[in-house]
Design a protein around this ligand. Sequence first.
Ligand code: MF3
Ligand code: CO
Length: 267
Amino acid sequence: MMYHKTEAEIALMRESALLVGKTIAAVAKEIKPGVTTRQLDAVAEKFIFDSGAVPSFKNYKGYPFATCISVNDAVVHGFPNDMPLKEGDIVSVDVGVFKNGFHGDSAYTFAIGNTAPEVLALLKATKESLYKGIEMAAAGNRVGDIAFAIQDHTEKQKGYGVVRELVGHGLGRKLHEDPQVPNFGKRGTGAKLKEGLTIAIEPMINLGVKDVIYDEDGWTVRTKDRKPSAHYEHNVCIRKNKAEILSSFVEIEKAEKENTALNSSYY
Ligand code: MF3
Ligand code: CO
């Protein structure tokens, strides 16, 4: 069942989506070598509650934290933990908030300090692929058009691995609604995009092979070859000739540039 939202509902979704961006920006200010991802999770959780919202992920199907924080070879759904971050790490921060009956859900991958050039290139291409996918999210197109654009920019053009097991999704009163939005596929296939449909587009792209394995915690998804993986996620609303991006990276990118522990030289 796909839910096409009214303008009033879209306005509430925009509010939730923008709050996620502000939350990830608050986290970005605190990232530096020596900080633990558990500390970053606490920053996010406090920010969300202080903003009159609830973290969407906590207790979702038993997930135990407010955020997913996935370091280096962790693709997504990483548990915040007590391991200090270090120079050269990449850190994906994935946040969901529930406010006024609607969810927002975004992710952004940060590089700490002197990260390897090939890893910075992975971040750049993954973020680019997100926007290539968004460009295709216009009424009349199909989910496969988004999927193809992402896969083409990352797998075909750069030889990266596109994760198959996890996909983007419809988003609204529920965190995961129809349709599924894969990051691989054929043009002109899949569900038709109609005005008012709101979806989360979230490429998960591996430097090496596409294959993933699950940690013993039952959640953390890791690359099989232990090479790094990047993840960026926006929420968009399908409009007549384009997508409207409901979330925003503006405050995140400002925090990224201002935090001298972070490397923003890749874009
Ligand atoms: N942003 C992810 C998603 O869209 C994380 C949700 S999984 C959770 O699926 F369990 F942590 F909530
Ligand atoms: Co998502």
